[in-house]
Write a protein that binds this ligand. Structure first.
Ligand code: SAM
Ligand code: GLN
Length: 291
């Protein structure tokens, strides 16, 4: 009986079938991306070499990658990388995989700074994770000085490496600690930006296994109602903003009313608003320090 010849096309089809059976969202794409990485090619390279058979070691490495994916490990962790704002970032299980929605937060940050046009914008990012937001802002605003914090020392070392890889290490100061605690007393900013954990704790167990079983709990768990960050940060943030400075924070679908109620309790803040992500969901909360 003829043995299967494991060509590129045959392997894409095999992995695609396995992934489909498991009900994964993007089976063919995952198969192609993992095979391309195994072979050190891009996806177009696969299409132009469909009939190429794999060498023994390539086949073994591809099978390993497929097995990891079948255990629901996110593709970004298997590859060890993810693009954000068209910048290459290394990601490890110590950091949240940056999401496309979060690009809305970066775009909105650039929008609110544009009319003020500060010469050397000073920005505080809370909970930097992979460094995605801070690094994107540093790239867009070469004169900006950014302080990026995280509770997780392991996340901070990934973020530092990503800043260096993207040529903006000199623009970003990384500090470890809880919310505003690591920020030296008396320092104020044009912008405080954060994608905090905002998932209500009881919803964590019903998330997709890719998120629930692999991404850092500390990056996702927003407390009982998901709003712990807002509850704690809103009363404190004015102390860290210049007059007229902005707070921008990512939030979850359906949190609009509660976030507004909490914000309204802070007499130092006004100009509340929301920005929608590409799916039309209110995703970014905005508030301004009066003055
Ligand atoms: N900024 C990254 C992004 O958008 O991809 C990561 C965002 S992730 C949703 C939230 C991050 O906040 C995690 O890296 C987590 O470790 C950090 N974090 C959670 N609680 C924190 C706290 N109390 N103070 C500082 N950072 C915190
Ligand atoms: N958007 C993330 C998700 O997919 C949540 C990240 C967060 O809590 N900031 O669940």
């Amino acid at each position: 009986m003829a043995q299967t010849l494991w060509t590129i096309l045959a392997l894409i089809r095999w992995a695609d079938e396995r992934f489909k059976k498991e009900g994964m969202a993007t089976p063919r794409l995952d198969a192609e991306v993992l095979l391309a990485q195994t072979l050190g090619m891009d996806r177009v390279g696969l299409y132009t070499h469909y009939d190429q058979p794999l060498q023994g070691d390539e086949l073994a490495r591809f099978k390993q990658a497929v097995l990891r994916r079948l255990r629901r490990e996110p593709v970004a962790y298997i590859l060890g990388k993810r693009e954000f704002w068209s910048l290459p970032l290394r990601v490890t299980p110590d950091v949240l995989i940056p999401r496309p929605e979060t690009e809305t937060l970066v775009a909105e940050a650039l929008n609110v700074l544009a009319p003020e046009n500060p010469k050397e914008p000073v920005i505080l990012e809370i909970g930097t994770g992979s460094g995605a937001i801070g690094i994107a802002l540093a790239k867009e605003l070469p004169s900006a000085r950014i302080t990026a914090t995280d509770l997780s020392p392991k996340a901070l070392s990934v973020a530092e490496e990503n800043a260096a890889q993207n040529g903006v290490r000199g623009q970003i100061r990384f500090l470890q600690g809880d919310l505003f605690q690591p920020v030296p007393k008396g320092e104020t900013f044009d912008l405080v930006v954060s994608n905090p954990p905002y998932i209500p704790r009881e919803q964590l167990s019903s998330l997709m296994p890719e998120i629930r079983d692999y991404e850092p709990r500390m990056a996702l768990d927003g407390g009982k109602d998901g709003l712990d960050f807002f509850r704690r940060a809103l009363p404190a943030v004015a102390e860290y903003l210049h007059s007229g400075g902005w707070l921008l924070a990512e939030m979850g679908a359906g949190q609009v009313r509660q976030v507004l109620e909490m914000a309204a309790k802070n007499p130092g803040l006004d100009s509340f608003g929301f920005a929608k992500d590409l799916s039309g969901t209110n995703r970014v909360f905005k508030a301004r320090k009066k003055g």
